[in-house]
Every structure is written in structure tokens, then in C-alpha cells.
Design a protein around this ligand. Structure first.
Ligand code: HEC
Length: 141
């Protein structure tokens, strides 16, 4: 009887640990990401992610937000060169923004889940591999 109880407690602990490891609180990340956005991005991309036509590309309702690896590089390595967003051409540059992996994941979860955008969560552990992954047409700053 005692053995069964011990086994039960051990399994329960294992299940709890596993689920803690696997569930990522997207809502909390989006909330933290809003602050990261307001501090580091909003001055150009605007509070509602609309950007400024001809100068700063919009992030709201942009199909370019689908490739998370490209976004990771845009933030941490900047970008330059022509890009077409929602039918408008931009040919400017963005300097890299210095953020931790957690902040990059939070700000990406915010911009990818605001203003009509909806994409799966980006985890802090996705950031470094994403930096190394190639993205078509991406030009470093
Ligand atoms: C000083 C202004 C400025 C700031 C601050 C800034 N950006 Fe940018 N961002 C730009 C410009 C300009 C471009 C377009 C560069 C080009 O034309 O190659 C751009 C491009 C982008 C793109 C690519 C858009 C696309 O459709 O390809 C993303 C995503 C982006 N910025 C997100 C961010 C995030 C997130 C932050 C904050 C961590 C941020 N930016 C901070 C000016 C800025």
C-alpha cells in the first residue's frame, strides 16, 4: 500500500514538473512585451503598430510577421534595404536594438498578437537558434 502511494506521489510530481516546463504563459509574455515595445519600438512603429507611411513600416496586419527567425534578426541585427509592407515600399534602415532573449521573445509575442495579428508564441530559447537560421531577402544593418 505504502509503495503504491509513493509511486503515485512520484508520478504526480513528474507530471507537474513536465507541465510546468511545457506551458508558456503567452498572455503574460504579451503583457511584458508591451512595455518592451513602448520603450524600444513605439517611437518609430507607433502605439497602434501603424508605423509612418513611407518612413517606418507598419507591424499591424503585416504578413511579414510570420517568419519569426527574420524578426529575431531584424531586432538584434537591424535591417536595411527595400521591403514592401502592406503594398507600400520602404527602403531605409533600422539599427539593431539591444535586448535579452527574454525581452525579444516578449516583444515578438506582443507585436505578433496585437492589432489584429495572431501567431504562436516565440520562446526565449528560440532566439539564439533563430539568429543563425537563414531568412530569404533579409539584409543585416
Ligand atoms: C528609429 C526607428 C525605429 C525603431 C526604434 C525601431 N524600428 Fe523597426 N524599423 C524601422 C525602419 C525604418 C524599418 C525598415 C527598414 C528598411 O527599410 O530596411 C524597420 C523595420 C522593422 C521590421 C521589419 C518590417 C517588415 O515588414 O519587414 C520589424 C519587424 C521591426 N522594424 C520591428 C521593430 C521592433 C520590434 C522594434 C523595437 C524592439 C523596432 N522595430 C524599433 C525603424 C525603427
Amino acid at each position: 500500500m505504502k509503495m503504491i502511494f509513493v509511486t503515485f506521489v512520484l508520478s504526480l510530481t513528474a507530471i507537474t514538473l513536465l507541465s510546468f516546463n511545457q506551458t508558456f504563459d503567452l498572455k503574460a509574455s504579451v503583457q511584458r512585451g508591451k512595455t518592451v515595445y513602448e520603450t524600444n519600438c513605439m517611437s518609430c512603429h507607433m502605439a497602434e503598430g501603424t508605423g509612418l507611411e513611407g518612413a517606418f513600416p507598419p507591424l499591424a496586419k503585416s504578413k511579414n510577421l510570420a517568419d519569426k527567425n527574420r524578426l529575431i534578426k531584424v531586432i538584434l541585427q537591424g535591417m536595411k534595404g527595400p521591403v514592401k509592407v502592406n503594398g507600400v515600399e520602404y527602403d531605409s534602415q533600422m539599427a539593431p536594438v539591444s535586448l535579452t532573449d527574454k525581452e525579444v521573445s516578449d516583444v515578438l509575442n506582443y507585436i505578433r498578437n496585437s492589432w489584429g495579428n495572431k501567431y504562436p508564441a516565440v520562446l526565449p530559447k528560440d532566439i539564439q537558434p533563430g539568429l543563425k537560421a537563414p531568412s530569404k531577402g533579409y539584409q543585416k544593418f
